[in-house]
Design a protein around this ligand. Structure first.
Ligand code: CTP
Length: 398
């Protein structure tokens, strides 16, 4: 996702400067071009040689050396984003007051690219009114601030002021500066995971769906610029970006209620959830005690969300359903495509090894209402999500 991105890292003097070693590696590994500018104080905490080696670029420290002037104006124009991490109290105060006494500050003051800072300081410094005022000032100037964390501090105290971890900074940069715009302006609704249908306060009827496929689709579509909402049944999966809206539900009925409103306003709807088709007719309020006789459970049909969304589908909406089949796979999937008024069905077969529920891989066939059918090989769910999303993009632009 960072391929071709130009990232300028500004390192100021703080114990947390060692974290820029890992951050530089993460950026480079993701394909970004990285340049680094650091203050004299920062050199006390992290070696320029290490950062130069990892970034594959000379680390810039001085406004001018014997015979060379560091072109700070060019640096700020070269970068797609300038990340100042760790941001010390001192550099923060300089940023708030426009003090230009080193290369990092000259670069900051002349930068035309977006600027993000990740402060690092002791808790008492962080809570000082001067720091609060300076943070408010640099925010008002348009800089973005990655919130400090609560945890162990260099002083040995525990509290607020820890710099965000390199992985969090990487995600922040991706989320705010690296999304592409293939789906810009498009609202997407995704269902994911299983549903649990309660029998009593401790038991339920459910299935083995992990939610991995739906979450991979949410990530892929968000990275391509979509405004994504995911309605998920019970799942351990986590979303990588805070701007993806997540609605957690338990039962098929909860999922139905959560979906129908957003579905009406969505441009693309992808129903990857393994929604229970049946739910217990009654739910006991107390735990059902074991008896000698068998337990007969009466089940009622749940509402078919995909079918209902298909009924109300309006011009310009693209509706994708999933079909998990064990036999006559393509015939059954085609029947579902028609019956549910979908534009496309993603077919998984339980006969394919390592595909479907719980696995990190999947093997799909895409069936479009035009009759087009594409079979894919076994791939990671992230790669499958890319295939599905490219197919949707192609179809909505036809
Ligand atoms: N689906 C849904 N609501 C339900 C049941 C299913 O939205 N109550 C959706 C699923 O999310 C999936 C598609 O319908 O996109 C197909 O689900 P599947 O269970 O394979 O098909 P069913 O229509 O339920 O038929 P069957 O179980 O008989 O194969």
């Amino acid at each position: 996702m960072l391929a071709g991105k130009k990232i300028l890292i500004g390192v100021s003097g703080s114990i947390a400067a060692y974290k820029t070693i890992l951050l530089t590696r993460l950026f480079v590994k993701e394909g970004a071009e990285v340049k680094i500018v650091m203050t004299t104080a920062a050199k006390e905490f992290v070696s320029p040689l290490v950062l130069a080696t990892l970034s594959k670029n000379k680390v810039l420290q001085d406004l001018a050396t014997n015979d060379e002037w560091a072109n700070h104006v060019q640096l700020g124009r070269w970068a797609d984003v300038f990340v100042i991490v760790p941001l010390s109290c001192n550099t923060l105060a300089k940023m708030a007051n426009g003090i230009c006494d080193n290369l990092l500050m000259a670069t900051y003051l002349s930068a035309t690219c977006p600027i993000v800072v990740a402060p690092a300081m002791d808790e008492d410094m962080w809570h000082h009114p001067a720091t609060k005022k300076n943070i408010a000032t640099i925010k008002a100037y348009g800089n973005k601030v990655i919130a400090v964390k609560n945890g162990e501090l260099a002083s040995g105290l525990v509290g607020e002021g820890r710099v965000a971890e390199p992985e969090e900074i990487l995600v922040y940069i991706k989320e705010h500066f690296c999304r592409t715009n293939e789906f810009a302006g498009k609202k997407v609704l995704i269902t994911a995971g299983p549903t649990y249908e309660a029998l009593d306060p401790v038991r339920f009827i459910g299935n083995h769906s992990s939610g991995k496929m739906g979450f991979a689709l949410a990530k892929e579509l968000f990275e391509k610029g979509a405004d994504v909402t995911i309605v998920s049944g019970p799942s351990k999966e986590k979303l990588p970006y805070t701007s993806i809206k997540r609605i957690d539900v338990i039962s098929a009925n909860d999922m139905y209620n959560a979906c129908m409103g957003p579905a009406a306003e969505s441009n693309i709807i992808i129903m990857s959830a393994a929604v229970a088709d049946y739910t217990p007719a009654t739910v006991a309020t107390e735990k059902v005690k074991k008896k000698e006789a068998a337990w007969q459970i009466e089940l009622n049909k749940t509402k078919d969300i995909l079918y209902q969304v298909g009924l109300q589908k309006h011009q310009g909406q693209f509706l994708v359903g999933f079909a998990l089949e064990t036999n006559n796979e393509k015939e059954n999937a085609l029947l579902k495509l028609k019956a549910k008024n979908a534009d496309c069905i993603v077919l998984n077969s339980l006969r394919d090894e390592k595909a479907g529920f719980g696995h990190d891989t999947n093997k799909i066939t895409l069936l479009h209402k035009s009759g087009e059918m594409i079979e894919f090989g076994l791939k990671s769910k992230a790669a499958v999500a890319k295939d599905i999303v490219s197919f949707i993009l192609q179809k909505i632009n036809e």
